[in-house]
Design a protein around this ligand. Structure first.
Ligand SMILES: [Cu+2]
Length: 68
């Protein structure tokens, strides 16, 4: 089990949180996604370490950006 926190820029409301949570939840092996709107972070728990590019692509798909 791995938990990683990513900084996500561009989220402004609950809709943004839902969109990011939904896209990240679709990634293989992801068991839990916690998005903190105030902090601008997404904490993802997964069975195996996630591919950073896949996470980036998922957040991009939702319409936001992972800050490196
Ligand atoms: Cu929003």
């Amino acid at each position: 089990m791995t938990t990683t926190t990513y900084s996500v820029s561009g989220m402004t409301c609950g809709h943004c949180v839902s969109a990011v949570t939904e896209e990240l939840s679709k990634l293989d092996g992801v068991t839990e996604v916690q998005v903190d709107l105030a902090a601008g972070t997404a904490t993802v728990t997964s069975d195996q370490p996630l591919d950073g590019e896949a996470v980036r692509a998922a957040v991009d798909e939702a319409g936001y950006e992972v800050a490196s």
